[in-house]
Design a protein around this ligand. Structure first.
Ligand code: PMP
Length: 286
């Protein structure tokens, strides 16, 4: 219930979250709209996902979405930020056992952040790490401990000179990036993995809505790296990454010029949507 400077905030050295990766979080963005207001994009969806993540791993959760959204607007205002990245974290009190807690704590931090994967087409590498097995984790929860997988996969790709990793699921099908969803274009259709081994997605849902708007056919299916390499174009998307096209996968380039791809239409529409600007109608040839 307090607004404190991050540098002056304190947390408990014995928090169960710090020791066991037992906490849940969100990644949210706010934008300065075309009308000049501050708007948190899909704020309710993000805070509802935070609540669901806490429930999935049995963390007490005593806040309403409304009060958290209001508090976030206040944190933005106090920091004089409109275009910001917002990070709520629900964490555990001191507890050196694995036993459940009677309460949780929350903080909401905000800062300025450019698109997470940059704005240039990405050179992506198939990771040697798989996404976590859904039989071992509550994969639909955005829990901090799950992100060790994302960190090591992303670091591996960058150490090898690529921009980002692509992770497969435990059966060898394409799953997602360390912090973004994947869509690919093939012969006028978009394809994306089904929500089985991936986070239940907010940007993913937005892309589906934009596809409906533009009457772009989009289908969920399982596919392999070999099939992905036959795609005309590929993109990653997510709250932090927004929509960003790929140049290549494992040095295999994609044929279609990004600016002529369906992904580029979605990218442009997404940029307008988040700032409440009317979506321009592209001339589509399908
Ligand atoms: N996949 C993973 C593993 C992520 O961490 C994120 C970022 N939250 C995404 C996809 C994109 O998520 P969203 O657009 O739903 O915030």
């Amino acid at each position: 219930g307090q607004f404190v400077k991050a540098a002056e905030a304190k947390t408990d050295f014995y928090s169960q979250s710090l020791h066991y990766g037992y906490s849940v979080f969100e990644g949210i963005r706010s934008y300065r709209t075309a009308a000049g207001d501050t708007k948190i994009f899909r704020a309710t969806d993000h805070f509802e996902r935070l609540k669901n993540s806490a429930a999935a791993i049995n963390m007490p959760y005593q806040w309403t979405t409304t009060e958290l959204v209001e508090a976030t607007y206040e944190v933005l205002r106090l920091n004089n930020l409109q275009d910001a990245y917002i990070r709520p974290v629900v964490y555990a009190p001191a507890n050196m056992s694995f036993a459940p807690n009677k309460e949780s704590h929350i903080f909401i931090a905000v800062w300025e952040m450019a698109p997470f994967l940059g704005e240039k087409l990405l050179r992506v590498m198939t990771s040697s790490f798989q996404r976590p097995n859904p039989g071992a984790y509550k994969i639909h929860a955005k829990a901090t401990g799950h992100y060790v997988n994302s960190v090591i996969a992303s670091q591996e790709a960058k150490a090898k000179g690529y921009d980002e990793a692509l992770l497969l699921d435990m059966h060898g099908y394409v799953a997602e990036g360390p912090g973004a969803y994947l869509f690919f274009e093939k012969e006028g259709n978009l394809y994306t993995p089904p929500p089985v081994n991936i986070l239940p997605g907010i940007t993913r849902a937005t892309v589906f809505e934009l596809c409906r708007h533009f009457e772009i056919p989009v289908e969920e299916k399982l596919f392999t790296i070999e099939e992905l390499k036959t795609a005309d174009a590929v993109f990653y998307c997510g709250t932090a990454a927004e929509v960003i096209g790929w140049e290549s996968l494992d040095d295999h380039p994609f044929n279609k010029n990004w600016n002529d791809s369906l992904g580029a239409i979605i990218q442009k529409a997404y940029k307008n949507l988040v700032i409440d600007k009317p979506i321009e109608e592209p001339s589509l040839q399908h």
